[in-house]
Design a protein around this ligand. Structure first.
Ligand SMILES: [Zn+2]
Length: 339
């Protein structure tokens, strides 16, 4: 329902005004991933009146999400709702005057271009690097600005990437690491860290949709425990050999870097990170052992997660036992091994 004074506190803000509000109402934002970051970003965009909002997530809600994933409630878990469905429901309840579309999907090379169709800005709510490289490729290819954000422990970072400017995200980060990456599921997270990142991301998305304020050209890095905030200029990280900047979209159009196969006759899915090479098992083992018992040898380690078990091999393969669901296997891999 349209309420005449719904946006009054931002139309009297000089940086937005009535004309800016009209632009936000015509804008289309796509939030990829709806966990701690995505729920903050989507709430901010919906409540500010961004007219078209698409929220994409592959996961279900669990109790350990409620500590930081602001949109969700205990009753969403009791109803077994996927995050994208619960997010759509809560965002509509907060603002019925905008269009909200929750999409339950694994953002992948086969659907990425379709899922960002019509977007004026893409905002990162993801938990893994591989999918961020894919967002970077699709954003550059289709000419859509995107806002990167990540948080772990008590720290976070964010940067904005514009399609016709350098550096891009790939220039900044290079290749996904071979020892997996730290994730919120292995290193923990203080809830206010992703909330700060999500708020910074939302503000950048507003500026892009308004078109009147230049987007930030800095990487913002902070640590809430240390109370340190830094803005680092992005100009210094241009990679002259960056494939994405040269129009070679390897994560979108190239040979898949991750091969996922259901193992015939077994209740298991194999995930093979072809780009990573040999895994640094000792690093992964150290991270996981803080969470529970890890068994194994120099060639492989085994780690139980609920009803599933992850078996990580030295050569880069991981077998997720106890499921034939490739999307679930990929989600567990991203959370515990780290893409
Ligand atoms: Zn680049």
């Amino acid at each position: 329902m349209e309420q005449p004074d719904r946006y009054s506190r931002q139309t009297i803000f000089q940086g937005i005004g009535p004309e800016g509000q009209r632009r936000l109402g015509e804008g289309c934002a796509v939030v990829v991933g709806c966990g701690a970051l995505g729920t903050v970003v989507a709430s901010a965009l919906a409540r500010a009146g961004v007219g078209h909002l698409r929220v994409i997530d592959r996961d279900f809600i669990e109790y350990h999400n409620l500590q930081r994933q602001l949109l969700y409630t205990e009753s969403d878990i009791e109803e077994n709702l996927p995050k994208a469905v619960a997010a759509e429901r809560h965002l509509r309840a907060a603002n019925s005057a905008i269009e909200v579309e929750g999409v339950v999907a694994d953002f992948s090379p086969s659907n990425a271009e379709r899922l960002v169709e019509g977007a004026d800005v893409i905002v990162d709510g993801l938990d893994n690097f591989e999918t961020r490289f894919l967002v970077n490729d699709v954003a550059r290819k289709l000419g859509i600005p995107w806002v990167y954000g990540g948080a772990i422990g008590s720290s976070g970072m964010t940067a904005t990437f514009l399609p016709r400017e350098r550096p891009c995200f790939r220039c900044m980060v290079n290749r996904p690491p071979a020892g997996g990456t730290l994730t919120c599921d292995t290193a923990g997270v203080v809830n206010s860290a992703p909330w700060v990142v999500g708020s910074l991301e939302a503000a950048e998305a507003f500026k892009i949709l308004l078109g009147t304020v230049p987007a930030s050209r800095e990487l913002v890095v902070f640590d809430l425990w240390q109370r340190s905030f830094q803005s680092l200029p992005l100009e210094g990280v241009v990679d002259v050999k960056c494939p994405a900047c040269a129009g070679n979209y390897e994560f979108l159009e190239g040979t898949p870097r991750t091969r996922i196969t259901s193992l015939c006759g077994q209740n298991a899915v194999q995930i093979w990170n072809l780009a990573a090479g040999p895994m640094r098992l000792s690093e992964i083992r150290e991270r996981l052992s803080a969470l529970g018992p890890v068994e194994g040898s120099e060639q492989m380690i085994r780690f139980p997660v609920g009803e599933q078990e992850l078996v990580v091999f030295y050569d880069g393969r991981t077998i997720v036992r106890g499921t034939r669901d490739e999307v679930l296997a990929k989600a567990l891999y991203a959370k515990y091994v780290g893409m």
